[in-house]
Design a protein around this ligand. Sequence first.
Ligand SMILES: C[S@@+](CC[C@H](N)C(=O)[O-])C[C@H]1O[C@@H](n2cnc3c(N)ncnc32)[C@H](O)[C@@H]1O
Length: 262
Amino acid sequence: MGEAYVHGYHPRENERLQDQAGTLVDLLHSDTSYPAGSVVLEAGCGVGAQTVTLAQRSPGARFTSIDISPDSVAEARRKADAAELTNVQFQQADIFALPFAPESFDHVFVCFVLEHLSRPVEALRTLSRLLRPGGTMTVIEGDHGSTYFHPDSSAAQKAIQCQVELQRLAGGNALIGRQVYPLMVEAGMEAVSVSPRMVYVDSSRPDLVDGFTRKTFTAMIEGVRESAIEAGITDPSSFDAGVRDLYRTAETDGVFWLTALF
Ligand SMILES: C[S@@+](CC[C@H](N)C(=O)[O-])C[C@H]1O[C@@H](n2cnc3c(N)ncnc32)[C@H](O)[C@@H]1O
């Protein structure tokens, strides 16, 4: 891909994307279902972490799932085969150069992708041209600036900031959640409606403690350790202290709160 992808494509990141999708399935997909016969484009499907849920929840819809990374597409295809999905086809493609005719889809689904692009409005315009009249687009993005936790820790906030900074240096925006509405309006979309969701985790929700606090969010921050040190925006002991404090929020008296997913 043209722009550096901050999370990389290694197996641990694949697992993290699966954990993220698995843990957030109700939060993200409770209102995503497509009518039988509709044709859906999933742009930036990655390793298929959302694809399986989407296709299983709308068995009568036909999905085309694309990603710029051929390895991710191959992995996504394996996952769909393992789930015995018959309503998804995969293709390696760049959102900015898609091989589809205008107005060929009823719906477009984009999840955690715009945050990695330096031209999100252009991406949205390109995708909206593929929609038939009356078609809809679902965009899901997070906002790393919306995290609160107990015990509070400036070291942990600084570690999160490393990810924000690296993503910015790579042309993306880890704080894009707060801009979803204005970006969609700027891209010319009509009837834009944002439905903010929050992930609140305490020890009465052990699945979220493990699946979200540890394996999704903290694992994501931990995953940028080497790049952040190499880029000179942190040093090993400060970064490790921040990650330790993030794991600390997963203990019995800890709380982790990501207030904004859109
Ligand atoms: C964080 S992953 C999200 C994957 C998936 N949507 C999910 O929620 O699990 C972002 C994906 O966007 C893909 N991507 C980034 N730029 C792209 C582009 N220009 N065209 C297509 N895919 C792109 C990356 O390869 C990566 O797989």
